[in-house]
Ligand binder design. Structure first.
Ligand SMILES: Nc1ncnc2c1ncn2[C@@H]1O[C@H](COP(=O)(O)OP(=O)(O)OP(=O)(O)O)[C@@H](O)[C@H]1O
Length: 412
């Protein structure tokens, strides 16, 4: 029995170790027993339990609490993370981690953390305990995977208020997000994982990244920006995904350039594919989708998955299959309505005599919101900024006409 107990202790990734005596080990059981069993039976079990284990364990017993468990964050680890900073005065190694990440308030109190290998003394009902945070970053290749998340702290200021979009599309999206957020019981009742997928597509500079930020702010979710190109194999992907938390967005940007495109594989014969896989076992998009749809989904809650692309037509058909991405959103070139919203935001102007000619121009010239905002930022004076914008659009129109003319000449 003792050997099977030890084989069930998982391998290390990032762990807290609790050094405690054998009696502390029994205390955990005692707490559970207290709640569910009558006193006499309880005492009988505890005495038998103590007798049995005392013959096997030495007085210093270690509990290992891994950061991840069964593909999700281990809640015991989280609990320890919350609890241990209350014991900072008991750090025996005489050092503390100090950090401040509040960009909005530079004068905010710094946060204190526990350095790796620091020992914290504690006691539970008179029994001495010692906590140690261990990291096997150097020994365990899995630990490196954490670095593959591009950002963990989310500080983007775009909200739905500052995002220029067709109002109907924006309102539909907000309703969809709110329905998702309050839909826990619905998802459970129909047997679906509580997650929602959005595919944002459209030319560069039309606000796809800004929309992701607006969604994150609206939902109060963190964003995990997955760089799939740097994920070498499925096991690595699994490690990365298990580090994400509930109520978060898993983002994969510029999907058409990711290299995780199953269609490339379709073009090669089986033998070539096998050789390539052995040499460079890359993650495929379908591998990712299978994992996201499968085991991972059953362990996580309230997740949003967002893919962005400039070229929807180049995407792996697996991604476009019904049921894969729940909502497809086209972020397009500037329309008169979107322009008016940008002018209101950047120039604080609801009306201007140059609006009418500009609105007409937007029906003829393709310009992205990013290009428009750049022009609007040229001056705080609406007359100057809008005039500059007209000149910019005229130049764009002429360039396009001359390109079209060249193409026609070449064809003739
Ligand atoms: N719809 C929009 N509303 C408000 N600002 C926008 C909008 N679209 C673009 N912008 C402005 O242009 C900048 C660039 O846009 P953004 O990065 O969101 O576009 P994108 O579609 O994600 O581009 P890419 O495909 O190149 O990543 C934003 O930081 C923002 O200032």
């Amino acid at each position: 029995m003792v050997s099977s107990f030890f084989t069930k202790i998982p391998s290390l990734s990032a762990i807290f170790s609790i050094y405690t005596s054998l009696s502390a080990f029994t205390i955990v059981f005692r707490t559970i027993l207290h709640e569910i069993l009558p006193a006499k039976i309880r005492h009988f079990i505890v005495s038998k339990f103590t007798d049995y284990f005392s013959s096997y364990f030495n007085p210093n017993f270690t509990f290992i609490i891994e950061e991840q468990s069964d593909y999700v964050t281990n809640q015991t680890f989280r609990a320890a993370q919350v609890y241990l900073p209350t014991l900072l005065t008991r750090i025996s190694t005489g050092s503390l981690l100090v950090s401040s990440s509040n960009l909005k308030d530079p004068m905010a109190k710094p946060k204190f953390g526990i350095p790796v290998k620091a020992k914290i003394t504690d006691d539970f009902e008179g029994i001495p305990l010692e906590w140690t945070l261990l990291s096997d970053r150097d020994n365990n290749p899995h630990q490196k995977y954490q670095k593959r998340w591009e950002s963990a702290i989310f500080q983007h200021h775009t909200t739905f208020e500052t995002l220029a979009m067709e109002p109907e599309l924006k309102n539909t999206l907000i309703r969809d997000l709110d329905a998702f957020s309050s839909g826990k019981d619905f998802y459970k009742s129909v047997g679906r994982a509580w997650k929602r997928g959005y595919l944002l597509y459209g030319p560069p500079g039309t606000g796809k990244s800004s929309l992701v930020a607006a969604i994150a702010n609206h939902m109060n979710f963190n964003i995990y920006d997955l760089q799939i190109q740097s994920v070498k194999h499925d096991e690595m992907l699994r490690q990365i995904l298990t580090m994400t938390e509930n109520r978060s967005i898993l983002l994969m940007e510029d999907l058409d350039c990711s290299g995780a495109d199953a269609r490339d594989e379709d073009k090669e014969d089986d033998e070539n594919q096998d050789m390539k896989k052995k040499k460079d076992p890359k993650v495929t998009l379908s591998g990712l989708l299978n994992f996201v749809d499968g085991l991972w989904s059953s362990c996580v809650e309230e997740r949003i998955i967002i893919f962005t692309t400039n070229h929807k037509e180049k995407l792996d058909p697996a991604l476009l299959r019904p049921g894969r991405m729940d909502v497809h959103i086209l972020m397009d070139y500037c329309t008169p309505v979107v322009f008016k919203k940008l002018a209101a935001l950047y120039l604080e102007t609801e009306d201007h005599n140059l609006f009418e000619p500009l609105e007409k121009m937007f029906l003829e010239v393709k310009a992205t919101p990013a290009e428009i905002t750049e022009q609007l930022m040229a001056s705080k004076n609406p007359d100057v900024a809008l005039k500059g914008l007209i000149e910019f659009l005229e130049r764009k129109k002429m360039t396009k006409e001359s390109v079209d003319f060249d193409i026609k000449e070449a064809e003739a």
